[in-house]
Design a protein. Structure first.
Length: 465
């Protein structure tokens, strides 16, 4: 899940340092419907992080983040709130399921892997930022190297008139080079073949070794291989367009100082990292002494020092977790937050309850967010030249069906809307490329026609919806 997160929410002109908690909530409202209490809690946590960064270092070091537990059923916006908060703060963000970890000594993922994963995400973020800074220069240098391949230098003549010949040939070569540059930029040389030296990748066997069992190792095998076997190169023929892309990547790698990237990334993780611990209710509960739940409390005790503040050894050095913000979430249908070990409870002082979604919430989710489902499906079908329109009554019907199925079967919150919408638009999506009438109006009758039979049959709806 290593993706670059822009410094402010898309479409926003605000600067993060200027955002008040009220404005942070307003930004989150653009993407998540309702859940005002949860938004307030994360807005205060983010604002406190900004406040801390303005304090003298000795005081700032003592102020720990106030971690949050979100309590609520699935599909009500817990993950989305945390993810959008990270986008807003330009923070490295990692979502992990607490239930995937095992106690030390058991086969499975250890809790420290979440910090290593977060550092990898931060490295990718910072590297993307640095790439934007050097892209123009990398393209210029790649262009020059490509012109060198297209127009190799000619050997100097050995006659007495060498000086005059050299000047004349230099002018001619310069004119030819500029002509080639013009053709290259216009794409006229894209299909011409050139030969250049490319770095060989490690063999599949080494790739397999490097991807297995290295998580617990201080030295990564991928880093060792070039030193042991050397970085081999080979000549390869490719089209100019392909060679240009390869050379740009090579120049970008040369221009980026990875040591600096690493330093910035580690600092960003330590000062503004956010980890979303989902399904924390699955590891709540005390020991039964036997059976599959035997390591629940053990996992909690392993998570505790990470949340409390410790240093974790990664391939990029030691990383402190003292100021990482942890947002935990769980449905807590069977267990409750008080079933967590007391020490862990104490590290999550802020608790917010997210409400189940109502029919009006479903209607708002369909239409109001900047990336609402209606906007998504409309944009998708526009690529086929199809203009899709929904009547207000049709959206009411979709919301009603989603609410009804959630009530009758398993309540999966807003995720039910995805399933319902896919079912409603099944025929349209399938036939879109072949349709002569490129304008479709989805009304309430059409929604009822596509869904009524399935919703009537309770057993069938359990499988299909």
């Amino acid at each position: 899940m290593a993706i670059y997160l822009p410094s402010v929410a898309e479409g926003s002109d605000v600067i993060l340092d200027d955002l008040t908690p009220r404005e942070i909530v307003a930004e989150l409202d653009k993407y998540v419907v309702g859940q005002h209490d949860a938004k307030r809690a994360v807005a205060i946590a983010l604002r406190n992080r900004m406040r801390r960064q303005k304090l003298p270092p000795d005081i700032a070091e003592e102020i720990m983040p106030k971690n949050i537990i979100m309590i609520g059923p699935t599909g009500v916006g817990k993950t989305e709130i945390a993810r959008r908060l990270a986008r807003l703060a330009n923070s490295p963000f990692l979502k992990v399921e607490a239930s995937k970890f095992t106690e030390v000594g058991y086969v499975g993922r250890d809790v420290e892997s979440m910090i290593r994963d977060l550092v990898e995400i931060a490295i990718d973020m910072v590297r993307e930022e640095k790439l934007e800074e050097v892209t123009e220069k990398a393209e210029q240098q790649a262009e020059e190297r490509l012109l060198d391949l297209l127009l190799p230098a000619t050997p100097a003549p050995a006659s007495s008139t060498a000086g005059f010949a050299l000047v004349e040939e230099g002018d001619s070569a310069s004119r030819t080079r500029e002509k080639l540059r013009h053709q290259l930029r216009e794409g006229k040389l894209d299909d011409r073949m050139v030969e250049l030296e490319v770095r060989e990748r490690s063999t599949p066997a080494f790739e397999i070794i490097s991807n297995q069992g290295t998580e617990e190792m201080d030295i990564n095998i991928k880093d060792m291989l070039p030193n042991i076997f050397g970085q081999r190169t080979k000549k390869r023929k490719m089209k100019v367009s392909e060679a240009f892309e390869y050379l740009i990547q090579e120049e970008e790698s040369r221009l980026i100082d990875m040591d600096q990237v690493t330093r910035i990334a580690v600092e960003r993780v330590e000062q503004s990292g956010i980890i979303f611990l989902d399904e924390i209710d699955k590891i709540a509960g005390r020991e039964s002494g036997h059976g599959p739940d035997v390591s629940r409390e053990g996992v909690q005790r392993d998570i505790l020092p990470i949340v409390e503040g410790t240093t974790v050894n990664t391939r990029y050095g030691m990383v402190g977790t003292d100021h990482i913000l942890f947002i935990a979430a769980g449905a807590f249908h069977v267990s409750k937050p008080s079933d967590l070990i007391p020490e862990l409870q104490g590290r999550f002082p802020i608790r917010v309850e997210l409400k189940s979604l109502t029919m009006s919430d479903f209607i708002a989710i369909l239409t109001e967010p900047k990336s609402s489902l209606v906007k998504q499906y409309t944009a998708l079908l526009e690529t086929e030249g199809l203009k899709l329109e929904f009547t207000r009554e049709s959206l009411d019907e979709v919301a009603r069906f989603a609410f009804q199925v959630n009530e009758a079967t398993e309540n999966i919150g807003a995720r039910r809307l995805h399933t319902i919408m896919e079912r409603v638009l099944d025929e349209i999506s399938f036939n879109a490329p072949d349709m002569e009438n490129k304008s479709v109006n989805v009304d309430a009758d059409y929604v009822r026609k596509m869904l009524a039979d399935i919703v009537k049959d309770q057993d069938l709806s359990r499988y299909i919806l």
